[in-house]
Ligand binder design. Structure first.
Ligand code: PHB
Length: 396
């Protein structure tokens, strides 16, 4: 039996925030698309990821009609604390750059996008498998898959977008001779928890200590998110609630903070790496989000970068489709990569400044305190951090 054939303008592999946001933006411009996603909607909804949205990400969700919850249910944060050397130091984003960020978890961004696609009649196929992309350098690239009912399906389109995350299959269809990959591994990971407790602080605390980094984040009045630097091979089953609280309290206690404790409802080890694939286009296949680049979570840039990619990509696709000229997409890689490499640097910088290096010497730890001190005591230093954290404006 030949597969069922669907034709559309843009085929999108991956139904996470990047794929759904792209489909939404294209629909607003009158361009139809089909999204295919390996996971069920429920599985994506239960993936806990980062929680900080840059100002432009909030605007994108709010102003394009995706979410009226992001402003209502999210929490506006006008700064962060950098904690080191025995005390906390606030970086005041509003005062330094007139901007803020919003604490609003990625799972909620996904739910809002999935609801918006449902509401607007978007074609999103969840729970598919055996996905493959074909003919990506032709003018009718395609994606083949088996749908949730077990039927073989084929989608043919003018442009194909790989928004299929850090284990992208789309990225692998670039011939090796036509791509470059840039990597950096880190000798640590984050141990992430969700706990039922009141917030320990009004804003995020990025905490440096001799025992390693800790991040105190929040979710709601009764649910909190926290992380601490750990070994990438750490086994979550070796960590009782008591042991986790002792570790976290010791790290933040070194800088004068005390955490409100409560039952821990989720624990995961999050690996770290930096990765970029260039270019982000091959023929009529374009990459967006984690498929093209991964950052360590320290600067909260992953989701924001993915949303920034698709904001640019939707614009470029609109232009190429309305002018019937695919060569107009040539500028996508350059526009997207400008932000990607700034974010790579920022995430790397925050990571290496705050985490205990492998086999750290006393010199290494003192040097980090010197670096942190030079950031918080200088308007130039804190302004760079504030500008990068709240997000760079789009470059045309
Ligand atoms: C989170 O709340 O999950 C979070 C916040 C800031 C980060 C990373 C994760 O840098």
């Amino acid at each position: 039996m030949p597969p069922d054939l669907t034709r559309t303008r843009v085929g999108i592999v991956g139904g996470g925030p990047a794929g759904l946001m792209l489909s939404h933006l294209l629909a607003r411009a009158g361009i139809d698309s089909v999204v295919v996603e390996l996971r069920t909607r429920e599985e994506v909804e239960h993936t806990h990821r980062a929680g900080i949205l840059e100002q432009d990400s909030v605007r994108l969700l709010d102003e394009t009609g995706v979410s009226d919850r992001v402003l209502r249910d999210g929490y506006r944060h006008e700064g962060i604390d950098l904690a080191f050397g025995g005390a906390g130091h606030r970086i005041d984003f509003e005062a330094l750059v007139g901007a803020s960020v919003q604490l609003y978890p990625q799972t909620d961004v996904f739910i809002d996008l999935a609801d918006a696609r449902d509401r607007d009649g978007g074609d999103v196929r969840y729970d598919v498998n055996e996905v493959g992309v074909v003919d990506v350098t032709s003018d009718q690239p395609g994606v083949l898959f088996t749908d949730s009912a077990g039927e073989r399906q084929e989608v043919r389109c003018d442009y194909l977008v790989g928004a299929d995350g850090s284990r992208s299959i789309c990225r692998d269809s670039f011939p090796e001779s036509q791509r470059r990959q840039f990597f950096r591994e880190y000798p640590f990971a984050w141990f992430g928890i969700l706990c039922e407790a009141p917030p320990s602080a009004p804003e995020l605390i990025y905490n440096h200590s001799e025992r390693g980094f800790a991040l105190i984040s929040q979710r709601t009045e009764t649910l909190q998110r926290m992380y601490f630097q750990c070994d990438p091979h750490e086994d979550v089953d070796d960590w009782s609630d008591d042991r986790i609280w002792e570790e976290l309290q010791t790290r933040v206690g070194a800088n004068g903070y005390t955490l409100q404790e409560g039952p821990i409802t989720s624990r995961t080890v999050l690996p770290f790496r930096s990765f970029v694939q260039e270019p982000m286009r091959h023929g009529n296949l374009l990459l967006a989000g984690d498929a093209a680049h991964t950052v360590p979570p320290t600067g909260a840039k992953g989701l924001n970068l993915a949303l920034a990619d698709v904001r640019v990509l939707a614009e470029e696709l609109e232009r190429a489709i309305s002018k019937k000229d695919g060569s107009l997409l040539d500028s996508y890689t350059e526009r997207a990569l400008d932000r990607v490499w700034k974010a790579q640097h920022f995430s790397y910088w925050m990571t290496t400044m705050l985490h205990r290096p492998a086999e750290a010497s006393p010199f290494d730890l003192r040097r980090q305190v010197g670096e942190l001190s030079s950031v918080v005591s200088s308007t130039a230093g804190s302004t760079y951090l504030a500008e990068a954290y709240t997000g760079w404006p789009d470059r045309d």
